[in-house]
Ligand binder design. Structure first.
Ligand code: ARG
Length: 270
């Protein structure tokens, strides 16, 4: 073989390797395999979540064992069953979820995630399966002094890092101090320890936490956002996966199962 040909061959191999590694970065799919095919081939659906958000997803001791439960998890289980694959849950901070998705560490994100325009640039989203307003939690007794959003403007507001509540707080309370943390469970501790004065989260999460902790309470200040709602995120271009998950969502909705999952999750407040 001539040197020239060898060089050319070498270049070919190099380009080929590059192409494979570029595809490799896009997710855990091999070659042209679709997101759905890759899950089926693995026999496993890896779901990313941030299990600090009851009743959506949270940790609970079941028979002495730490389990991740919640209505998002019930939905993920249903979807894995529909696909005929195993379910694996990967728990992390909320602001790391889309990064993990893009890196191919998880196949999908079930985390009460709202499909904002910014997020849609980096991920595909299923249909909305649940909508909720937003509420403020404060220390018990202080709810009586918070009758309008104005009563919060001099307070220190706790929000989850990277959440739409962080944006909402900046928009509605531009002058208030803010503290953004990775986990809502840590925000609740901060509230109890006087490190923040109020926490902004989705209303069902606020209600669950107040039910569970007698020393915190919900205020009457409720925020709505028309584009809100929870959807499942997956990597861009996952059309077949999106179609499948939308089928499961539709089926669960039609059968009244999502409401059932929400009730079951709320009953786990102990
Ligand atoms: N819906 C809000 C958002 O998309 C908050 C979701 C937080 N989810 C969680 N599992 N902590 O930004």
């Amino acid at each position: 073989m001539s040197k020239g040909l060898l060089k050319k061959l070498g270049l070919f191999v190099a380009i080929g390797t590059m192409a494979i590694s570029i595809v490799g970065c896009g997710g855990n799919k091999a070659g042209n395999e679709s997101a759905l095919e890759s899950i089926k081939q693995k026999g496993k659906l890896v779901v990313g979540t941030s299990a600090d958000y009851p009743p959506y997803e949270f940790h609970k001791l079941v028979d002495g064992k730490d389990k991740i439960v919640g209505f998002d998890i019930s939905m993920a289980k249903s979807f894995a069953e529909d696909l005929g694959v195993e379910l694996e849950i990967d728990d992390m901070d909320f602001d790391g979820l889309l990064v993990a998705l893009q890196a191919g560490k998880v196949d999908m994100v079930f985390a009460g995630m709202t499909p904002t325009d910014e997020r849609k640039e980096n991920a595909d989203f299923s249909d909305i399966y649940y909508t909720a307003k937003h509420g403020f939690i404060v220390r018990k007794g202080e709810e009586q002094n918070i009758k309008s959003i104005d009563d919060l403007k001099d307070k220190k507001i706790g929000v989850q890092k990277g959440s739409i509540q962080e944006m909402l707080a900046n928009e509605k309370l531009p002058d208030a101090k803010k503290k953004a943390l990775g986990k809502v469970t840590d925000l609740v501790l901060d509230l109890k320890n006087n490190k923040v004065d109020a926490i902004l989260v989705e209303l069902p999460v606020a209600q669950f936490n107040c039910e569970k902790n007698s020393d915190i309470a919900l205020t009457d200040v409720i925020l709505e956002d028309e584009e809100g709602g929870a959807a499942i995120a997956m990597s861009k271009g996952s059309d077949d996966l999106k179609n499948e998950v939308n089928k499961t969502i539709k089926k669960l909705k039609d059968e009244g199962k999502i409401e059932k999952f929400v009730i079951e999750a709320n009953e786990m407040v102990e």
